[in-house]
Write a protein that binds this ligand. Structure first.
Ligand code: FES
Length: 109
């Protein structure tokens, strides 16, 4: 059963900002991309590098370790199949941002 976990307030994540949150043993990076909140696991699917400080251009995130790019909207690499970010749905409720975690995600924490 999905769980909704508060990770930030809407006010602390203005457009262009990001936040690293620690949720039940996981590291999740939140991005505000032009008003849309995206949440990903802070682990590059290539070799596990942290993506918290990765360069962001539009919705494209470039891993600082080896330079692979991922689309925050889909988690996928443009024009390639295989590697994919772990993404999480986010809801706004009363000024809070809630990340939705599936039980399987929680149990891997
Ligand atoms: S660890 Fe991210 S591109 Fe290699």
């Amino acid at each position: 059963m999905p769980r909704e976990v508060p990770v930030a307030t809407v006010d602390e994540l203005a457009p262009g900002q990001r936040k690293l949150a620690f949720v039940e043993g996981r590291s999740i990076v939140l991005f505000n991309v032009a008003g849309e909140i995206r949440a990903i696991d802070d682990s590059c699917p290539h070799n596990g590098a942290s993506l918290a400080s990765a360069a962001l251009e539009g919705c494209m995130l470039r891993c600082p370790a080896h330079g692979l790019c991922f689309d925050l909207r889909t988690g996928c690499m443009p024009g390639a199949v295989g590697l994919r970010l772990t993404t999480f749905p986010v809801r706004h409720v009363d000024g809070e941002l809630l990340v939705i975690l599936e039980d399987s995600a929680v149990s891997r924490a």
